[in-house]
Design a protein around this ligand. Sequence first.
Ligand SMILES: [Zn+2]
Length: 102
Amino acid sequence: MSGGHGKHSGTPCSEVLEKLYTYIDGELEEPNCEQIREHLDECGPCLDEYGLEEAVKKLVAKHCGCDPVPMDLRDKVLGRLARARTEQLAREARTESPGTPA
Ligand SMILES: [Zn+2]
């Protein structure tokens, strides 16, 4: 699945990044955790472009499993997310036309 239509699961990357950030920061409820996991399972850009794959999956798995999240991992992911959100928002603002080829 590598379509550039951003139509999978109905949740745009920027929204997921936003949620993920809030989620890791500890303010998001459990049901959203599933949504984030599903998105990350399907979304190439989130994993490849933002380098979130390993760290985030580990973090989400731990967090969802009620294990304490290591601070260094948490900081690392939060830092990446902050940058990824900025990039994503800038890109979406620039790319006004839908269906941009990869
Ligand atoms: Zn995504």
